[in-house]
Design a protein around this ligand. Sequence first.
Ligand code: PGA
Length: 246
Amino acid sequence: MKKIIIANWKMNPQSAKEAISLFDQVIKAAARLKNLDLIFCPPFVWLGVISEKLKKIKKILPAAGRIFLGAQDIFWQSRGAFTGEISGPMLKNLDCQYVIIGHSERRWIIGETNEIVNKKFLAALNFGLIPILAVGEKERKKDFLDFLKNQLEESIKDVSKEAKFIIAYEPVWAIGTGLPDRPEDTELAVNFIKKIAGENLILYGGSVTSKNIKSFLEKAGVDGALVGGASLDAKEFAKILKIANL
Ligand code: PGA
């Protein structure tokens, strides 16, 4: 079964030099990917330099066909007077194939609603990008599956049955807290999401480290992981890749 690991760098690092250095270190560890696809999601401003680096290594790295570029967000219009926004065609021109949509930091800090997320989701598909839709409850209450159902259904409203996308199940309380979900509980949510999202791949995200990646892959029924904090530590991330690549 194919697995996927996503490196979500969020608003890091602060310079192109650091971004290139992190990329170079991770690429060394990714040279022997066999069963695993790796998707780098740097901030918009470093997409250009990372895209160039990726083009160069594609010619020499055996695992190059398994390494991809993704953006952390997208705007739904293709061009025009939308100050600060980034369009699908811009991302395509930088060789992005994926885009994270509806990350909890965008939903809860910036205020993106399911309606906005849905517009971005439809736009990503329309522009030929594969959406990585993040969903997850803010609190693990008794009715959290109802919350997930609503968030998911509204986020993928009007999406055709044939559409190919990825879902990242990320309980908000587990993100960046060092308190990951229990893989058994993730499995419950994942099985529930599968009923709504069909055959599409499902990842787990939220405080993934080299210590817990194996149990998520083995016990939670997921196809991989979306990694935030640990993807900024090249050594730690290399360990995650090694374990997931087995
Ligand atoms: P984290 O972030 O690994 O730092 O918890 C995951 C995410 O937000 O995608």
